[in-house]
Design a binder for this molecule. Structure first.
Ligand SMILES: [Zn+2]
Length: 478
């Protein structure tokens, strides 16, 4: 059936049901009395509600039959169920016999989300958890880099959570499980974490500008997403839900002062808690005055974190993602250098694997070690700059200053992130294969990767001079 015809037919059904709702013999469900609602239609999903007495049920049933006779559209018995609340068994049996439908049980799914008359149990969220786990199982066999996993967490795992988070306040136990799954996938590539992660999840969830990876904090995002309902009530949006909330809970009370009754449902109490938590934000940032943006509220909930200056270097789009990730860990001093392993008793020998003459610390590896110095100097010469700084915390600033052109600056500092990645690679290679890669071979790899990545990013806005410079770099790869 064409969508337009379907809408017209449903409009007829809706009018028919509204007419039934106005009949004196028909009793509306106690919670829908004030708004007189007896049905909800979304696309081809139809929900009907009425008081649990045989007369009201037969009136609704008769309306369905009339609709069927006029339009030829019948309710699919296999997909239709009746849900009873607080009724006797004999009444249920009689109703089922009379209507020919079967009895459904709670919770049932509506648009993918489980609905229940009471609060949802942990097991009711299995759908969400299972979906996440099945995606991870599918990816686990692939050898993905950390950077690739970050992308998958942000784009796939988090988007599954976002849909649920906009409809329900997920219980803390479910949010903890989601966090656990994402954390295990990031650090282990599987659904279970077998070792302690190098950096806390709090850091991972911070925005990139403040030193994090920008993965969403599920708890705060859930709160910010539900803030939309708080906003709808504040702005008295013309929607069925807002009218229903006013008729059942708020009545004529002021929303900001409202306190839920102890008999109110779990979800409603939680929403009131979200309202209290966001109240100061609504006052301070005047969210009520414009369109509600979840990301804006989420940023506010994250609080004022100190910005780190190096984020512009690490998250420069000319950096290959895996170089950026390892450099990010290096900036936090969370790479497993041997001095740290020794501190945790994981290793007895803390000597540098590349020169063998000093303790392997972050500052030795980047770039006090003679091996590292040689490598970084070679790359600086290749890029046409002078390097005199062997300190990872400030080297990128020295490199930045030496490039006048913004594109050259991005390519040059991407080269430095590549140096960090390759030195870490050379160190791991020396550990596993007991052989040190020659610095010239290492630097050749750095040059090739830097040029290749930059070539992919050439756009029409690049000047001829910039392109020429990049090709001259390609011409003199070490
Ligand atoms: Zn060394």
């Amino acid at each position: 059936m064409s969508p337009l015809l379907f809408v017209l037919a449903m409009e007829y059904l809706s009018r028919l049901l509204r007419k039934v709702g106005k009949l004196r013999q028909f009793r509306v469900h106690s919670r829908c009395k004030r708004i007189g609602q007896n049905h909800l239609i979304f696309a081809d999903d139809l929900m009907l509600f009425c008081y649990g007495d045989s007369q009201s049920i037969s009136l609704i049933h008769r309306a369905l039959k009339t609709f069927g006779n006029c339009s030829g559209l019948q309710a699919n018995k296999a997909k239709t169920a009746i849900y009873f609340g607080n009724t006797s068994i004999s009444f249920r049996e009689q109703t089922l016999r009379h209507t020919g439908f079967s009895e459904g049980s709670f919770p049932f799914r509506y648009l993918g989300i489980p609905l229940n008359a009471k609060y949802l149990r942990f097991a009711d969220y299995d759908g969400l958890v299972d979906k996440m786990l099945s995606r991870i199982t599918c990816w686990a066999s692939r050898n993905l880099s950390y950077a690739a996993r970050v992308v998958l967490i942000k784009s796939v795992l988090m988007s599954l959570h976002v849909y649920w988070a906009q409809c329900l306040l997920l219980p803390a136990s479910v949010l903890d499980r989601i966090t656990q799954i994402c954390r295990a996938f990031l650090w282990d590539g599987s659904a279970n974490l077998s070792r302690s992660p190098p950096i806390s999840w709090d850091w991972v969830c911070k925005p990139k500008a403040t030193g994090g990876l920008g993965i969403r904090n599920c708890k705060l995002w859930n709160k910010a997403a539900l803030g939309k309902y708080v906003w709808k009530i504040v702005n008295k949006e013309d929607s069925l839900w807002v009218r229903w909330v006013h008729s059942i809970y708020l009545k004529d009370q002021e929303w900001w002062d409202y306190k839920p009754k102890s008999s109110a449902g779990w979800e409603w109490k939680k929403l009131c808690k979200v309202k209290d938590d966001l109240h100061s934000g609504f006052l301070e940032k005047a969210w009520a005055q414009h369109k509600y943006k979840i990301s804006e509220v989420y940023d506010w909930l994250q609080g004022n974190n100190l910005r780190v200056v190096w984020h512009t270097w690490i998250w420069n789009n000319f950096n290959s993602p895996k170089h950026a990730f390892i450099s990010w860990l290096a900036m936090h001093n969370r790479l497993k250098t041997r001095d740290r392993l020794e501190r945790f008793d994981f290793c007895e020998d803390s000597n540098c694997l590349l020169c063998g003459n000093a303790t392997e610390t972050r500052s030795h590896l980047f770039f006090e070690c003679p091996y590292s110095r040689r490598s970084i100097d070679m790359i600086a010469v290749w890029l046409g700059i002078k390097n005199s700084c062997y300190n990872i915390d400030v080297a990128w600033l020295h490199w930045r200053k030496q490039f006048k052109d913004p594109i050259c600056r991005k390519v040059g500092t991407a080269g430095l992130a590549s140096v960090i990645y390759h030195l870490w690679f050379a160190r791991n290679h020396a550990y596993w294969f007991k052989a040190v890669i020659h610095p010239r071979i290492l630097c050749r790899g750095i040059c090739i990767e830097t040029v290749d990545r930059s070539r992919q990013l050439i756009t029409g806005s690049w000047t001829r001079k910039q392109c020429k410079w990049l090709y001259s770099l390609k011409g003199c790869i070490l």
